[in-house]
Structure formats: structure tokens, C-alpha cells
Design a protein around this ligand. Structure first.
Ligand code: FAD
Ligand code: FES
Length: 255
């Protein structure tokens, strides 16, 4: 059951070029939130549709989102100030099942797919698991949340161009540590998710991925976010990313 809540902005921070963090007071939504779910935010009168943004973290009734400015909606969001009110619908969707990933889960984020993995590593650590995180970015300027993850678990950072940390892709690191893992969860660009799913599958590990599609209603009523999934009989069926996902078991995904 999702809730529409008017949330007062408690903290805004610029994390890098076009990258922002907003913490808002959202006690009713926080009470129901599971890791990997998202909120749908009204972004000003000129933008008819709400914008879907993953829940990065939440604590004591305060909910944090981290986002990149893409177009008009996120530009409007980035201009919010402490004390402003946001019209937020959430928590929406189906999140990650951290317990199903075992005692040594690996959480992987690519670019703006990194934020929702923060709550995942915290939850897994709280459940007594030994999570590790692999965070991949385009370059040094795009690196976000590294210290937030380091406060919780062992972290591997990669950059595509080698301008910071390890030169390469998250999959290079995953291949090296997969033998010592019990499950994998990831959020990021589709080609990255597909490559991760293949590595986890070869290692015989459970793997969950958060998929992204353009959204309209965010609650399963408009079909904008339709995605192809595998039916049990091997045929293709269609699901809603907003309601059936955004997190799916990779065995269900029709790549
Ligand atoms: C489940 C989910 C979680 C997300 N989490 C995050 C996050 O944590 N941080 C973050 O920076 N971004 C996230 N995104 C992407 C974010 O929703 C888009 O960048 C944002 O909607 C763009 O809106 P805009 O008005 O700035 O851009 P415009 O391109 O002007 O948007 C025009 C329309 O297209 C839709 N749209 C455009 N790009 C996307 C997209 N990638 N996904 C869905 N709808 C889109 C917008 O909602 C809007 O209706 C997420 C998307 C989904 C589906
Ligand atoms: S966004 Fe409308 S059905 Fe998913």
C-alpha cells in the first residue's frame, strides 16, 4: 500500500556535477519502506508526471534520495531548498530480498544505480551477513557515496577511464570475488545487469537486479513501464516494472 505524503526537505547537498542528495521528513513512507523500492515525486506544476527515484536510505522518519539531473523534472528537484515541501508517493514497487542472497552477498551499483544499494548493504549487515559492495562509475567526477558504503562494508570502486580507483568495470571485480560469494544484487545500466546476471548464473548464485523503464502512473495502471519477462512455460510474458519490479530475479528477465 503506497502513501501520498507531503514531505518537508530537511537537507540538500550537491554531491558532484549534476548530482544531488535530498533528505526529507517522510515518517509514514519510511515506516513501510523495503530496500530497493522507489518514490514517485511531483516535480512542480509544469511537469505533469511524477518522477521515479529510488530510496537510497532512511532513518528515524527521514528518507534520502540521490539523483542526477537529466531533464526538467530532476532540474526542478535539484533546485529545492531546506524547508520546501515535496509531494511524494511511496514506497512503490517490489524491492530486494537480501536474506535470499545468503551470508556473503555482493551488492553492485553502476553510476546512478549506486544509491539504492546503500540501504541494501546496511540491511544485509544488520541481518548478520558479510556484504561487499562494488561501485562502478564513468570517471572520478561521477563517484558518489563511497564513504557511506565504506562505513558499512568492504568496497571496491572502479572507473571506466581509470581516473580514480581501479581502472575497469564492476564485472572485472565480480569475476574475482564471485567464488567467495553467496548471492548478487545489482542496479545500473541494462548491459551491466545482463553481464552480472551471466556471471552469477555461471557461478550458480541467486541474482536480483533492479530494472529501469520510463514510467507514467508508477502504480501498475497505465502500462508505460511494461517489460518482457520469462513465463514458467518458457514463453514471454509482460510485467510492470513499477509494480512487479523494479527488482526481479534474473531468472525471470527476458534480456
Ligand atoms: C524505478 C526507478 C528508479 C530510479 N531511481 C533513480 C535514482 O535513484 N536516481 C536518479 O538519478 N534517477 C533515477 N531514476 C531515473 C529517473 O526517474 C529519471 O532520470 C527521471 O525521471 C528523469 O526525469 P526528468 O524530468 O529530469 O527528465 P526528462 O527526460 O525530461 O523526463 C521526461 C519524462 O520521461 C521520464 N523519464 C526520463 N528518463 C527516465 C528514466 N530513466 N526512468 C524512468 N522515467 C524516465 C520522466 O519521468 C518524465 O516523465 C529511476 C528510474 C526508475 C524507473
Ligand atoms: S508506470 Fe504505469 S503501469 Fe507502471
Amino acid at each position: 500500500m503506497s502513501i501520498q505524503e507531503i514531505c518537508r526537505v530537511a537537507e540538500c547537498a550537491r554531491l558532484g556535477e549534476g548530482l544531488y542528495s535530498i533528505t526529507m521528513h517522510a515518517p509514514a513512507i519510511c515506516e513501510k519502506t523495503q530496500v530497493g523500492q522507489f518514490v514517485h515525486i511531483a516535480c512542480g506544476e509544469g511537469n505533469l508526471l511524477r518522477r521515479p527515484i529510488s530510496i537510497c536510505d532512511w532513518q528515524d522518519g527521514n528518507l534520502r534520495i540521490v539523483f542526477q539531473v537529466k531533464g526538467e523534472g530532476t532540474k526542478w528537484l535539484a533546485a529545492r531548498k531546506e524547508g520546501d515541501e515535496l509531494d511524494v508517493l511511496g514506497p512503490l514497487g517490489h524491492g530486494f530480498d537480501t536474506k535470499a542472497l545468503g551470508a556473503k552477498p555482493v551488492f553492485i551499483g553502476g553510476g546512478i544505480g549506486v544509491p539504492p544499494m546503500l540501504a541494501c548493504v546496511k540491511k544485509a549487515a544488520g541481518e548478520g551477513a558479510q556484504p561487499r559492495a562494488i561501485l562502478g562509475f564513468r570517471n572520478k567526477d561521477a563517484v558518489i557515496l563511497e564513504n557511506d558504503f565504506k562505513a558499512v562494508c568492504e568496497v571496491f570502486v572502479t572507473t571506466d577511464d581509470g581516473s580514480y580507483a581501479r581502472h575497469g568495470f564492476v564485472t572485472d571485480v565480480l569475476k574475482e570475488i564471485v567464488a567467495d560469494a553467496t548471492g548478487v544484487a545489482a542496479c545500473g545500466p541494462k548491459p551491466m545487469l545482463k553481464a552480472i546476471a551471466a556471471i552469477a548464473d555461471e557461478a550458480g548464485l541467486p541474482c536480483q537486479v533492479s530494472m529501469e523503464e520510463r514510467m507514467g502512473c508508477g502504480i501498475g495502471a497505465c502500462l508505460v513501464c511494461a517489460c518482457a519477462l520469462k513465463a514458467e512455460n518458457g514463453e514471454t510474458r509482460y510485467g510492470h516494472v513499477c509494480k512487479d519490479g523494479p527488482v526481479f530475479d534474473t531468472k525471470e528477465v527476458e534480456w
